[in-house]
Design a binder for this molecule. Structure first.
Ligand SMILES: CC(=O)N[C@@H](CCC[C@H](N)C(=O)O)C(=O)O
Length: 373
């Protein structure tokens, strides 16, 4: 079984080579290289695009337990204090903890490669969680269908909790999500002749402001929704009126109905902008993820096990407006996701995220003990 020192080295190696969704070529090679060093007698390995599936033969083949880890990084320029294991891929970073997710999965897998598990296991190293989404196509692939688990689990690091904490709840854990890409097209021109043009920087600014009214004025205050605009781009030079602008964001809701309502409002507001600014607006919803909904009996079984572990600080948490395409696995397979405390001053998607690596050994031990019970 991999030692804590080996696991730390693996996490740092992976941290150096973050790759964006479906470009996880070096990551896949690295993971395959590690898995090749485990005893192979119980293992069967398959590749799926840039992901990997590893089947572990159990003593009893009547059931298969799935464990999923996501493997992609984010387009972020790293600003951590790391000196010797910073990202070597300029403009990419493991800022959502997937380097830890992969390392923990390898740690658990290495244990069961040495120690035959009770039931069959499938370790799923899934690409493109941050977008465009690897879970759904992976679930539909022949590779996964052949080894479809009867029960599944996954974790996500949580910077806000100390190491030793596992936070979980039954039912809704993460939101429904939709990406949002809006392109505004009008007429550009000379900065000194605004009456001859149709400024898309001004139109985009108005639209961003109007989008803020959806949650505050269209969503029942007892429900919840998020419309976050993360990108606004437009124009080429300070003295040229822009003919194009782009707005990019994400929508989060607790229900599909609210997601539909928010999209309808975005479309209505955009139509109004088209008339008001005499421009054309196109909307693309990019990747949509279903909610992460923890199945009651599988989750309660894990919670009961955690209650008996002195090393675990168990938190029954609230749902969060984060998204995760692991929700697609949970739509088809009973199981759960949980938060793993990693005690970082900076949060997920922050260029300064520095998870405490002590969480790795804790997580591997806790999961191994749970699966071996
Ligand atoms: C845990 C986490 O941070 N997940 C991401 C998932 C992104 C979904 C999609 N690309 C989107 O932006 O809607 C999150 O941002 O919650």
């Amino acid at each position: 079984m991999l030692s804590v020192e080996q696991l730390t080295k693996i996490r740092r190696d992976l941290h150096r080579i973050p790759e964006i969704g479906y470009k996880e070529v070096k990551t896949q090679q690295y993971l395959l290289g590690q898995i090749a060093q485990f005893p192979q007698e119980l293992l069967t390995i398959k590749k799926w695009k840039t992901g990997i599936l590893v089947h572990v033969k159990g003593l009893d083949s009547s059931k298969t337990i799935g464990y999923r880890a996501d493997i992609d990084g984010l387009p972020i320029v790293e600003q951590t204090s790391y000196t010797d294991f910073r990202s070597t891929h300029e403009g990419a970073m493991h800022a959502c903890g997937h380097d830890l997710h992969m390392t923990i999965a390898l740690g658990v897998l290495s244990y069961f490669a040495h120690q035959q598990p009770k039931y069959n296991q499938v370790f799923i190293f899934q690409p493109a969680e941050e977008g465009p989404g690897g879970a759904k196509p992976m679930l539909e692939s022949a590779e996964l269908i052949e080894w479809k688990p009867d029960k599944i689990m996954a974790l996500h690091i949580a910077p806000e909790y100390p190491v030793g904490t596992i936070a979980i709840k039954t039912g809704l854990l993460f939101a429904n999500t939709s990406e949002l890409f809006i392109t505004l097209k009008g007429k550009g021109g000379h900065a000194a002749y605004p009456h001859t043009a149709n400024d898309m920087v001004v139109a985009a600014s108005h639209l961003v402001t109007q989008l803020q009214t959806i949650v505050s004025r269209n969503i029942n205050p007892l429900d919840a929704g998020v419309v976050t605009i993360g990108v606004i781009k437009g124009g080429t030079k300070q003295n040229i009126i822009a003919d194009t602008a782009v707005i990019e964001g994400t929508i989060r809701t607790r229900s599909i109905e609210t997601m539909k309502l928010i999209k309808k409002r975005i479309e209505d507001l955009s139509k109004g902008m088209e008339t008001g600014f005499n421009c054309s607006i196109s909307i693309d919803y990019g990747a949509n993820y279903c909610q992460v909904y923890n199945e009651e009996s599988a989750t309660n079984d894990f919670i009961e096990y955690l209650k008996g572990q002195e090393s675990v600080n168990l938190v029954i948490c609230d749902e969060a407006m984060t998204g995760e395409d692991f929700g697609y696995f949970l739509e088809e397979i009973p199981g759960f996701m949980f938060w793993l405390g990693v005690d970082s001053k900076y949060g997920l998607h922050d260029a300064r995220l520095e998870p405490n690596e002590n969480a790795i050994g804790f997580a591997v031990q806790t999961i191994v003990n749970y699966l071996a019970k």
